[in-house]
Design a protein around this ligand. Sequence first.
Ligand code: NAD
Length: 479
Amino acid sequence: MLTIQNYIGGEFLSPLKNAWLDNYNPATGEVFAKIPDSGPEDVDAAVKAAAAAFPAWSRMPLEQRHDILRAVSDGILANLDRLAEAESLDSGKTVTTARTVDIPRAALNFKFFATALLHFASESHYMPGALSYTLRQPLGVVGGISPWNLPLYLFTWKVAPALAAGNCVVGKPSEVTPLTAYLLGEICRDAGMPAGVFNIVHGLGPRAGEAIVRHPQVKAVSFTGSTRAGAEIARIAAPMFKKLSLELGGKNPNLIFADCDYDKMLETTVRSSFNNQGQICLCGSRIYVERPIYERFRRDFVAQVKAIRVGDPADPGSRLGAVVSRMHFDKVLSYIDLAKEEGGAILCGGHAIEMSGRLAGGWYIAPTVIEGLPLECRTNQEEIFGPVVTIQPFDTDDEALALANGAPYGLSSTVWTNNLSRTQRLAAELQAGIVWVNCWLLRDLRTPFGGVKQSGVGREGGWEAMRFFTETKNVTLAE
Ligand code: NAD
């Protein structure tokens, strides 16, 4: 049995109260590790270590800070196979997905922000008689709290810009997928990151996570996770006037028009529906298709989804692996039952998959396509976050727009069309932080990333992240 420890002040430590949680392998349903059930006392130790490291880290020459973050990036790539296997073991995603998506992106996050810190600049404003300039200073100790669906990818997406901007960090990965964050501690130490600059506390959201949010010395919290937890964090942090970045849930629409490049659309829509078992906040879960191509799409899409191979995450032949936990497995299946009660027709999937042998206790769900549900029903309004999509025809651009905007979330949307004026109109009127046209999950790390409505507040990525993790101060010099 593996024991995961907190990483505080450059040391791997057991939780102060010696309380532990079980960590499961979703592929088999078995416990393979124990992780700290940390409390406020562990968070306090991590914040103290971070505060002690802050003066030297924030004043370190930029090239030196760059070199350390760049060495972390190189360290992640040097451990690609080990990290990919760990991510798969912990989350149920296929090793192929972890090796080609999650871990390379985690390395890129550090590389990208290592470079960004060398180029980050602030404004100056001249007027006759005075020059004003803006300082952008690191905040001090900041918190980063991340979810289980893209564990190392999203953890590093917060930690890297926070460190690049000169802050010291207390991070908490999801208690469901703590393993790669644990390994990242080792990589940071080996990369020469000074003790206390980056601390990792493991444990439950309402205990360890909330203790980070409540700690008076934590100046900002960057959170990615559910809308429910985001609201709780906002409730605690708002009266303390902390900076908050909240990247929350989604229920993303995918609008498919008859004039699209059909083959590219179909192949991409299968991916955007089911990659990572549908557990990507950007997956399109409500698919709306213009009526002239609806029947063709329905036939071809269902045929391709039926052909998806769900299996052992370690097997390169598996396209999908297990969903992340027993609790999530039950939740997704309960939504499929709800969809049936609401009058939906299951076109394929709609059930758990029973595996044999070593995998018999694992949590596998057949990719599911549902038809015939109205916009207002719970299946089309609530985030399921699993391998489940609904499909529906539409007749006009206005109807497509109303369907797309008719859910409480607003993270991303996808539009498939070759009509330029339609593209421009929809891009302007879709209620979403991100609009993909004729593509999906095509990421440029310089672009702003985030959502509107119940999908969150604030933007990450590029200069947006560097600005979030710094405080602006105006200085005016009279002549
Ligand atoms: P979750 O909200 O349950 O947990 C996310 C993290 O927050 C975990 O580390 C958890 O321990 C912690 N947490 C939970 N309650 C907390 C509290 N009261 N105080 C402080 N921390 C707390 O979410 P999850 O189930 O891990 O992740 C799935 C959710 O994340 C989905 O809703 C998905 O859409 C969302 N997500 C959003 C984005 C985005 O960029 N917008 C990206 C990925 C996932």
